[in-house]
Design a protein. Sequence first.
Length: 257
Amino acid sequence: MKNSVPKAPAYPIESVDNALKLLHLLRKQSHLRVSEASASIGVARSTAHRLLAMLQHHGFARQDPVSRAYVAGPALLDAGLAALRDRDIRTPARPFLETLSRETGETVHLIALQGREVLFLDCVESARTVRVGNRTGLLLPAHCTSAGKALLAALPPDRFRSLYPGERLEGLTRRSIRTRAQLEREVRLVRRRGYATNFGETEEDIGSVGVLIQDRQRLARAALSVAAPTSRLTGKTISAMVRAALRAAAAIGEALP
């Protein structure tokens, strides 16, 4: 029986080979430090750092602002290469999404950041007749969603600026954030209070609260949103939704490998 491993190319490009090796490491490990990358692929630390920086530039890696370790980026998820890490967040998260939807009576989404957009990974719809529908698979501008704002608030300043180099932003409704300065004020508010809101910024009559999901190493992995018609979003219900969402996000973080 012939070996199924493809033959190496006749003229390998070392930098490409090393970058692809790092991609394999990122999909297998929950986090990757420069020293580990250097040792794993047999290059100098400076070379490993440059390779990881290039992967980060193209969205295949991202750097946690606290630990400075690298984790798989949104492009890996989009390409289907992060099956062993980011994509599998749906499995441990699912029971907590269901519980959160029951507690709040509203639609709950699990959401990941992909550059300047968010990808809706999973959903548990409300059982109410008037409800927010399932958006699984949908991409929306991050700055127009509560979960997107929660994820943007977790980014280091240089990464945030690289995503939004210009001042003007495109919106979805008349309530959408339209400038980077306004978005910067919003994410500072999110950091202070620990959750984000969206009142008619994606669709006129829909609102939501969003909270960050961090794993046990405090790495941002995804976000939760609880969405409802704005007619049901009073101060009391919003407070209850935020408390329930924060409990669910913490439980998911503890359940992640």
